[in-house]
Design a protein around this ligand. Sequence first.
Ligand SMILES: [Zn+2]
Length: 274
Amino acid sequence: MESPPTSTYFQTVSPAAEAPQPSALPPSTLPQPDPTRKDAGTSPSTDDPKVRPNRKPLLRLELRDLSCSGCRSFLRLLHASTALEDAVDTVLRLLYTGLKTHCIPSTRSVTLTLRAMGGVAYTTGLDIDSDHKEIHLNTSYIAMIPEGRLKEEMLGVIIHEMVHCWQHDGNGTAPGGLIEGIADWVRLKAGYAPPHWKRRADCDWDSGYEKTAYFLEWLEEEHGADIVRSINDGLRGCEYDEDTFWPKCCGKSVHKLWDDYKAHLSGPGEDERA
Ligand SMILES: [Zn+2]
């Protein structure tokens, strides 16, 4: 596997073979923003649920080898012109509904590149201007996905990576597991959780990906529908300090929250939920 730039986030969905299954979770209904929060009153009109950045990003597609099966599957199953735009809309809706436009990063372009490489996918910013993002998606990985899961898996990976184009990261100081957890939380809320995802607490809170994503989903239930948006916005333009960050947004340390989550998962009824 090649070495990614330091600003790269990896998406590590296991390429292990899975039986074709329907989507695990339906898209969730986005709750209304809390009218008491400081940014209330600046949300988009209810007649227009789209959350728009200051500048509409330029979206581009680069196919390195049209003859490879991964590129062919992509072109056969997705409308590239709308898939990227829909991914942007989904990410902005889930991360920025109810927030002011200036809270949205000034991403100017996103280029999706399909090419043979290691891993699944990663997102990086250009060295000369990090407002220009590149998502690299491995065509060899696409070729390994069972047909019945192919479209949803490609869209799920694209949404995960699109989150990295628009999320805040505490100026690079936020835990990588939190960054990846927010990306998979968006994927989960968008209805693209793969069938193999499970709620787990036999790990640290910041183990990342779906482990942290389900923790964030539980935090929503406990602390309100805006909590992940508050967490993401709390990482905007300032450094992450674990000791103050979590008590400020959730009233407890993250370790206490994780203990509560563990207790919740071990409680009655979880077998049916997993
Ligand atoms: Zn990622």
